[in-house]
Design a protein around this ligand. Structure first.
Ligand code: SF4
Length: 342
């Protein structure tokens, strides 16, 4: 995660969406039943309290296809946000929308109202996956929209999903590579969650969709995340934001885990440790060192990394210890077998 402004979200669930994507129910995701209007914008900002000195706050329209909302409604919301900006309650504006609802006229209007960041829901760069997910746009439209947003001087955030219908994992990896080529300022990765009442739930019950489990998502995202990191592109979110609704049973299957991001980071440490242990003889007592702040990630939830490495490499004992000034990310400190230390 990168350092960011504090965000005040204003949800407009499904407003502007030309059709229903099979996996989506923004009312359950946001926990809000009704799209916000101008009065809600003012109320939500009021309820957020005054900004702290020096604090930069962004108002964000999330949960719908903002630029596909009928123009008068868009203007009503943008005008309310502009009034809050003029009063100094917020400093910037961001919104999320669909790739096929972006053109030069739309972007000119957003700039006039002080929008700085545009998030595009790309979800996949594979046309077959997009079609099976009911997205209603193509990868070519996403590529074109991303280019337009960047050329027009907005910050560009791209959203992708893993585990969509027809995606075997290879498509997600290819999507990540293609998103890197679009040079976004950041990405969000949302492994697919099966929400109650969605078309995806029905496909799942009919056996026509194979669930993307938490473990599947952790393993795949542990390969995707380093691609973005190596390209210097911040991943600003991994996994759906936990809500009471989702945790209370509205997420009926798929990759819902409030600690998903942590689990992915932990899996990446596991893979790094595996490559160091590959040449270690079975029965050894091994000490690895990791940077102090990364110790809990490296050990894993309930010490799962330690246990699985000990078992996989038949180690007598594995210890991962914290080091304050470690230059490399993970180091092999000692391997002891039959009284020998190397
Ligand atoms: S994913 Fe986006 S475009 Fe699709 S239904 Fe949900 S909010 Fe609308």
């Amino acid at each position: 995660m990168s350092a960011r402004a504090s965000v005040i979200p204003v949800f407009v669930p499904h407003l502007g969406c030309p059709q229903q994507c099979v996996f989506c129910d923004q009312r359950r995701i946001s926990g809000q039943l009704r799209p916000a209007g101008a009065e809600d914008v003012h109320r939500i900002v009021r309820e957020a309290g005054p900004p702290r000195p020096g604090q930069r706050r962004e108002l964000a329209f999330y949960g719908g296809s903002f630029t596909a909302i009928p123009e008068d409604r868009q203007l009503e919301l943008l005008e309310a946000a502009r009034q809050e900006r003029d009063r100094g309650q917020i400093q910037a504006l961001r919104l999320s929308t669909r790739p096929d609802a972006v053109d030069k006229t739309v972007l000119d209007r957003l700039r006039q109202y002080g929008v700085e960041t545009i998030e595009l829901g790309v979800q996949s760069m594979d046309d077959r996956v997009l079609a099976l997910s009911g997205r209603g746009h193509t990868a070519a439209q996403a590529r074109k929209a991303a280019g337009l947003v960047r050329e027009s001087g907005f910050r560009l955030i791209l959203q992708m999903m893993t585990g969509l219908p027809g995606d075997t994992g290879a498509e997600s990896l290819e999507t990540a590579r293609k998103l890197i080529g679009l040079q976004p300022d950041g990405v969000r990765i949302y492994p697919t969650v099966i929400l109650r009442g969605t078309a995806l739930e029905e496909l799942w019950h009919q056996g026509r969709y194979h669930e993307h489990s938490v473990d599947d998502a952790v393993a795949l995202c542990a390969r995707i995340l380093p691609l973005f990191q190596e390209a210097g592109i911040p991943v600003i979110r991994l996994g759906l934001n936990p809500t009471e609704d989702l945790s209370g049973g509205e997420a009926v299957g798929g990759a819902y885990d409030p600690a998903l991001g942590e689990r992915v980071l932990s899996r990446i440490w596991l893979e790094k440790a595996r490559s160091l242990l590959a040449a270690v003889p079975p029965g050894s007592r091994v000490v690895l060192a990791v940077p102090e702040k990364k110790l809990s990630q490296a050990i894993g939830q309930r010490r799962c990394n330690l246990r699985s490495l000990e078992e996989e490499f038949s180690l007598q004992k594995l210890r991962i210890r914290p080091e304050k000034n470690l230059s490399s990310e993970i180091s092999l400190i000692s391997v002891e077998k039959s009284g020998e230390i190397s």
